[in-house]
Design a protein around this ligand. Structure first.
Ligand SMILES: Nc1ncnc2c1ncn2[C@@H]1O[C@H](COP(=O)(O)OP(=O)(O)OP(=O)(O)O)[C@@H](O)[C@H]1O
Ligand SMILES: [Mg+2]
Length: 320
């Protein structure tokens, strides 16, 4: 079963540049979460901090009682085996073919024999639709195939926590829809805790149980999908609707004068209706996280905004 990831008061800087501060959130066990945020807000830095590759100055990341910020390397190595990570750039070894790339974590972290390695690698390649490409080098395949190879490699150790850094970037809309379904199906099969960093609104609105957003060196929000998808918070609404109007500009934040000018001639069309979350493909077991999440979200219902409460109650009625 997936493991909960507890982030408390996390602050990360590089020299004088603060990337984000005081980030506090919990990735609930076995649920799927998405982290949104404009380019450069530190999403990749956040993922790397969760696995202890980068060291925040303050705060803790607790996984199975181990703090990924302050624990010694030996302990981190052990906990990292629980993770499957899809890096933003794929991070495949250019001189190794796909088979060897995907087999790499098995050779690095386990004593499995060759037939076993072969069975696992081929199974994961099949799962992500790469059957038959074992002998290809990363340079000989498309960007989308490299993404899927990165995902296959992240799965070979049967991870309990999966981190995906923009798994959809460079994919066409059809491939993105397949990928979204693949992530939900994966969650139904193995009940892993999943965190996806994405800019893709289609993915953000159909895949996760929870959504968070980083902006201006802060975690603006993190919570059940219904809260974000019905949010009137300008930065959240702007991002989810891909509008130019709002606080997010080309480089980062806009100045107040520009925001006021735009607001003067902007017609708010209101929020689009919230799209239903994807369900596992026919034949798969139901996601175990659904029942746990329902209990969790019902427990916090009274703290949520009215529109989010309505959306949650509606989605529960629809599932019945
Ligand atoms: N190792 C590093 N040393 C110094 N600065 C860094 C380092 N890694 C990242 N940064 C800086 O941290 C900031 C956040 O970078 P990050 O890659 O996390 O952004 P991001 O939100 O993932 O953006 P994108 O959506 O474009 O991938 C950037 O300003 C970047 O230059
Ligand atoms: Mg990034």
């Amino acid at each position: 079963m997936g493991i909960e990831v507890v982030v408390e008061g996390l602050t990360k800087s590089f020299g004088k540049q603060t990337i984000w501060q005081d980030v506090t959130l919990t990735l609930p066990a076995g649920e799927v979460s998405v982290m949104l945020g404009p380019s450069g807000t530190g999403k990749t830095v956040f993922l790397k901090s969760l696995i202890g590759l980068l060291k925040p100055e303050r705060g803790r990341v607790l996984i199975d009682g181990v703090d990924m910020v302050s624990s010694p390397e030996r302990k981190l190595h052990e906990i990292r085996k629980l993770f499957g990570i899809v890096f933003q750039d794929g991070a495949l070894f250019g001189s190794l073919n796909l088979f060897e790339n995907i087999a790499f974590p098995l050779r690095e972290h386990t004593n499995k024999n060759e037939p076993e390695i072969r069975r696992i690698v081929l199974e994961k390649m099949d799962l992500v639709g790469l059957a038959g490409t074992e002998g290809k080098l990363p340079g000989e395949i498309s960007g989308g195939m490299r993404k899927r190879a990165g995902l296959a490699r992240a799965l070979v150790l049967d991870p309990q926590i999966i981190l995906c850094d923009e798994p959809d970037s460079g994919l066409d809309p059809v491939r993105t829809a397949y990928l979204s379904q693949l992530l939900i199906d994966l969650n139904a099969r193995i009940d892993a805790t999943i965190l996806i960093v994405t800019h893709n609104i289609q993915v953000a609105s159909t895949v996760p149980d929870n959504i968070g957003m980083l902006f201006l060196r802060k975690l603006v929000t993190f919570g059940p999908r219904e809260v974000l998808l019905t949010s009137e918070e300008p930065v959240v609404a702007q991002f989810l609707q891909g509008r130019k109007h709002g606080p997010i500009g080309m480089s980062e934040e806009k100045d107040q004068a520009t925001i006021a000018l735009e607001a003067a001639d902007f017609d708010d069309e209101g929020l689009p209706p919230i799209v239903p979350q994807l369900k596992p493909s026919p034949g798969l077991p139901p996601r175990q996280a659904v029942e746990r999440r329902r209990a969790r979200v019902m427990g916090m219902l009274h703290e949520l905004p009215y529109a989010a409460q309505q959306a949650i109650l509606q989605s529960i009625r629809e599932r019945r």
